[in-house]
Design a protein around this ligand. Sequence first.
Ligand SMILES: Nc1ncnc2c1ncn2[C@@H]1O[C@H](COP(=O)(O)OP(=O)(O)O)[C@@H](O)[C@H]1O
Ligand SMILES: [Mg+2]
Length: 412
Amino acid sequence: MRFLFRPPAVDATGLLSLPWDQPLEEWDPALLLEVPQRGISRHVVRFVANNGHVFALKEINERLARHEYALLGEFEEEGLPTVSALGICVDRPHDQEAILVTRYLEYSMSYRWLFSSPRGEHSAEKLLDTLVELLVRLHLAGVFWGDCSLSNTLFRPDAGALTAYLVDAETVERHPTLSPGQRAYDVDLARERMGAELLDLRFGELLPDDIDPIHIADSLPRRYEALWEEVTHEQVFGVEEQQYRMAERLQRLNDLGFDVGEVELITSPLGARLRVRTRVAEPGQHRRELFRLTGLEVQERQARRLLNDIRTFRASLEQKSGGPVSESFAAHRWLSEVYQPVVDAIPPDLAGRLAPAEVFHEVLEHRWFLSEQAHRDVGTAEAAEAYFATVLPQTPKEVTTPSVAAGLVAEE
Ligand SMILES: Nc1ncnc2c1ncn2[C@@H]1O[C@H](COP(=O)(O)OP(=O)(O)O)[C@@H](O)[C@H]1O
Ligand SMILES: [Mg+2]
């Protein structure tokens, strides 16, 4: 047998003792983690925990395993939202297929999980728009997916919204750029698959009655075209309105969750033509800023939310002290006096259901909600307590995270 993996390989060493010579389907269940509510899948896929990390193992033919491993590596380097590949195991005895190992995407949820969640605030439309955004991002990078579907996408809560990640790259083709025909074909495949998946949910009685699977799926091409047009269209305007038009466009792209890589402005006495090259990577400006100030690693929208809270906290410090307070001083105090106490107060049996930054975001939302109801400012501690008692328990625990995985392994 042969193992191929990319450094850092620390993650991989503990995995070597697994029974790679046996068919994945026959592995001792004691070695595996139960991850329910997954999407529709063709191959045998199993999950294992090691050193507090969770990995997904997929049995697949060697050519495809190598293809997927190479592509996922490329995507990760470019900052595209995909799962991260650890390695492959090939040359298994008795001509068995290869096994592709990917890192379990922490705090991710499948569409089936989202629809079966009792909180149910994730509407089909929101899910669809998140998927469309992922597809546009991939197309901008010259990625033809060939199998875009809800099953092949993972969703992560991000400050109340969702971010989508590609999980299955088996059918992906990489091109320098995609033609309109290739894009349209990919979108049409997505429409078909999504329609079938939503129908399947309907038969499983997981879909709310007011959702028409076909109608929703049929709206995908329109939504896709609208977003594609927004992020790629060339704009023409008069010289005198140049500055404000450009600022407006860049702001709009940011609002849609895209970063601008390069701006090309061609001017002539008649006017200006603006061409923007949209960056495919997830925007990361707020993430980086929050990391610099606090060392916290979170998602982009979460970072924006936390930075706003730091700003408010800083203003209140300045008001109290009657003088200026530096940003980094405020951030340190916020971390120890505001953020950390909330995270530390998460009851142990509810830990691991959502990322800590998402819990904090939801506590802030809950504080706002309670304050509205009470017509007074409800404090963060009080809001957190109420949130832990009433809201967080409604988030099912199926979401596998390292802490949950560590717990499961310890129990066995
Ligand atoms: N790295 C991962 N993190 C989280 N879930 C994963 C991961 N890899 C696979 N899955 C889950 O397993 C399912 C099947 O994986 P996929 O790669 O789509 O295999 P198939 O080729 O059988 O469709 C996915 O829909 C997803 O729910
Ligand atoms: Mg799949």
